[in-house]
Design a protein around this ligand. Structure first.
Ligand code: IVH
Length: 675
């Protein structure tokens, strides 16, 4: 057995390394090592602590979750009261604040301000003594809060030890929040299981912090940003608020990068405008910005007015949640026949746009929320996410309330609606007989990553299907100039462009062709696997009735195999494929290579996270060698976002905008196909 001193040394090294990696991962969003390596260190620490229980310490990173289930939270009297803040909502909020501050101080010159975000979460006071986190408390009524230390310890972004800490007492104040992506993921998982969802990330954060079982609290991913101080003893304060935040950041406490020191009302307004533009792409909710007089001496001079400091103000943005009337519920039919209840709302301005439709996801969720037609509901639109009905407002004065029933027959084609056993989704059984599914199938067939028919958008597909000119993808290849001439807003030139786009789609790679068929569970990467494995459409067709042959393909299991079998079993699907071939569509295996090269050529890539097989520069070089371009930020013009380990907000943005996301393996595949 190793010497005790050696074990001690190793424990210390491991704990320090893990704390450093926690910080790089959760606070800086810039990890140094892959997850697997972190897990290895963590396991080694757990094992070593188990072997040497006498050397375990309460502040080890392995002890973030470990507390008991509580009966209630203990009250905590705040050493320094946790105050509230004055709020401005009008455009001239910045100017009003600046004028007030200068009047109070009797200063004519421009004042220096610290500007930051107003995070939408839950206020928390973290108390560090000698650099160790000893207590975390909610705000409560401002004088007395609740001791939520156990739960707060489970938040990885909050350090249990401060780096470069001067000692003494340091209370850090800030906001615990749940990121948008974590919120969406949590809700999607709950919805899949038919379990209750969270109304918004703020409730998610507040609910987990006030959860009596720390094991449950640890399951909801929370984070933290500091914005100020409580009691401080034994530390010489910096002279400014921005200096305080810099100092906290250097101790390992998360401080948002989106902050600025500016001067005068104009500086405040510019910050307000900058953040308004940024708001949708932030990975967390904010409800405004906060302006603070930067000099702590001037803050002292200004003091407080009852419970609000005179030196700070919150300037709000339009709310991301609004109340409105639910006029009706309609049902939308998707490509695979899934029926989605959609709320028809009294138009309402929310999250910066006017919303009149919002998703209700599925019947189960609608029931759980107790939503009925005629109700007052809460609509949420945050970031680039589709607006949704978050819940209903209990209001017994509603003039009428109708229960919504899922139709028994498809509202578009009249086919029977079914719900498979164990599924929470209702589906139309009409398949391609259903105009809604047909439209979606055509749009999918023509989409950029499938057959890439430029110019065949929603409005055009609506007209082509509604007039009966096009029923199946094969009909697209039969279109003539005169068929298009009679359509709305279709000039001769655009008709010609469309026809030539259709013509040039005939030689797409086999993998794209397979993807374009819209076989359930066959996404882009499965389509590529199939193309590579079978090499030709003929070979795929020949194998398509034999499960054993299909599951030979890497990554294809019984569920996908069955879905392929079902697809090729449908007579009309075979008919459409034969007709496509007859019209001159030539999906060719040889085109895999050609297709891959052209998939990079002219395309715009964004790289995020840590790649393990090559450096960023190498990846960039490869893309450029194949005729692609690498840019720094994600927009609707981005073709691919390549995501390595621990990606940053670019990944969220790609998901929100529906940009194609490739993991490293997929990217490597794409590149190797292209050279
Ligand atoms: S300063 C004495 N700064 O807004 C000033 N508050 O105050 C105390 N909040 O519940 C507040 N982001 O939790 C401040 N950057 C920020 C903030 C912020 C969010 C919350 C805070 C408080 C509420 C009203």
């Amino acid at each position: 057995m190793a010497e005790e001193s050696e074990v001690r040394e190793r424990l210390k090294t491991l704990r320090e390394a893990i704390e450093l990696h926690n910080y790089r991962y959760y606070v800086l969003d810039n990890p140094l090592i892959p997850d697997a390596e972190y897990d290895r260190l963590f396991r080694e620490l757990i094992e070593l602590e188990e072997k040497h229980p006498e050397l375990a310490i309460p502040d080890s990173p392995t002890r973030r979750v470990g507390g008991k289930v509580l009966d209630a939270f203990e009250p905590v009297k705040h050493a320094v009261p946790m105050l509230s803040i004055r709020t401005e909502t009008d455009d001239d909020g910045a100017a009003l604040f600046d004028a007030r501050v200068r009047r109070e101080l009797g200063i004519d010159a421009e004042i220096e301000y610290a500007c930051e975000l107003k995070f939408d979460g839950l206020a928390i006071n973290l108390r560090y003594e000698q650099g160790i986190l000893v207590q975390a408390a909610t705000r409560g009524d401002g004088e007395v809060g609740e001791d939520v230390t156990q739960n707060v310890r489970t938040i990885h972004a909050i350090p249990l030890h401060l780096a470069n800490c001067p000692g003494g007492v340091l209370e850090v104040r800030g906001e615990v929040y749940m990121g948008r992506r974590d919120f969406e993921r949590y809700n999607a998982r709950q919805r899949e299981k038919g379990l209750p969802t969270l109304v918004n990330p703020r409730n998610g954060a507040a609910g987990s912090i006030r959860q009596l079982d720390p094991q449950l609290a640890a399951k909801r991913p929370l984070s933290f940003f500091a914005y100020g101080l409580g009691e401080v003893r034994g530390w010489a304060l910096p002279k400014t608020h921005s200096g305080v935040l810099d100092a906290l950041a250097s101790m390992g406490i998360p401080v948002s990068d989106v902050r600025e020191v500016t001067r005068g009302a104009e500086g405040l307004k510019a910050f307000h405008r900058r953040v308004a533009k940024l708001r949708d792409s932030l990975p967390f909710d904010i409800d405004g910005v906060v302006y603070k007089v930067n000099s702590l001496a001037l803050q002292d001079e200004l003091g407080f007015l009852t419970r609000e400091p005179r030196w700070a103000v919150a300037h709000k943005y339009p709310a991301e949640e609004q109340m409105t009337l639910l006029n009706d519920i309609e049902v939308q039919v998707g490509r695979t026949g899934k029926l989605t209840p959609v709320a028809k709302l009294e138009p309402v301005f929310v999250g910066g746009t006017t919303v009149s439709n919002a998703t209700l996801h599925n019947l189960f969720e609608l029931r759980r929320k107790g939503v009925r037609i005629g109700d007052k509901v809460i609509v949420r639109r945050a970031g680039d996410v589709i607006p949704e009905v978050a819940g209903r407002v209990r209001d017994d004065s509603a003039a009428y309330r109708h229960n919504f029933l899922m139709p028994k027959h498809c509202p578009v084609c009249g086919s029977k609606v079914v719900r498979e056993k164990g599924s929470i989704e209702h589906r139309c059984t009409g398949g391609l007989f259903c105009a809604a599914q047909r439209k979606q199938a055509l749009l999918h067939f023509a989409s950029r990553r499938a057959m890439d028919i430029d110019g065949l958008g929603e409005k055009l597909v609506d007209q082509l299907v509604d007039t009966g000119v096009v029923r199946t993808p094969a009909d697209l290849y039969k279109l003539k100039q005169e068929d298009l001439a009679c359509l709305d807003r279709m000039g001769e030139k655009s008709a010609q462009n469309l026809l030539s786009a259709i013509e040039s789609s005939k030689n797409r790679a086999l993998s794209r062709f397979i993807f374009s068929l819209g076989i359930r569970h066959v996404g882009e990467s499965t389509a590529k696997d199939l193309a590579r494995h079978f090499g030709s459409l003929e070979a795929l067709k020949a194998a398509s009735s034999v499960e054993e042959k299909l599951i030979e393909v890497p990554d294809i299991g019984p569920v996908v195999a069955h879905s392929i079998i079902n697809f090729f079993n449908e007579h009309h699907n075979i008919e459409v494929i034969n007709e496509l071939l007859k019209e001159g569509v030539r999906p060719d295996a040889g085109a895999i290579e050609k297709g891959a090269a052209s998939r990079i050529e002219g395309k715009t890539f964004v790289l995020t996270g840590t790649l393990s097989r090559f450096t960023r520069d190498e990846a960039k070089e490869m893309i450029e060698a194949l005729g692609g371009k690498v840019t720094g930020s994600v927009s609707t013009k981005t073709d691919f976002v390549v995501v390595g380990e621990n990606p940053g907000s670019k990944h969220d943005k790609a998901l929100a905008l529906g940009v194609n996301v490739l993991d490293e393996a997929e990217f490597a595949q794409l590149v190797s196909e292209g050279v």
